[in-house]
Design a protein around this ligand. Structure first.
Ligand SMILES: [Zn+2]
Length: 59
């Protein structure tokens, strides 16, 4: 019997504050570019940068 599974890949973006080092993970959205500035930090006056973009495969 041939058994086929559909794999779903979810892309995530890891943002890191350049000042305090806080990290957060969120779903990848179109236009995310590695090392680009994305948003203001909530806990300090730094700015979050995109540190990593990765995909997770769900089976
Ligand atoms: Zn910060």
């Amino acid at each position: 019997m041939i058994f086929s599974k559909k794999k779903i890949t979810l892309d995530y973006t890891v943002e890191k504050c350049s000042k305090c080092g806080m990290q957060r993970k969120r779903k990848f959205s179109d236009g995310d570019v590695l090392f680009s500035e994305c948003s203001k930090c909530d806990s300090c006056d730094g700015v979050y940068f995109i540190e990593k973009i990765f995909g997770e495969t769900l089976e």
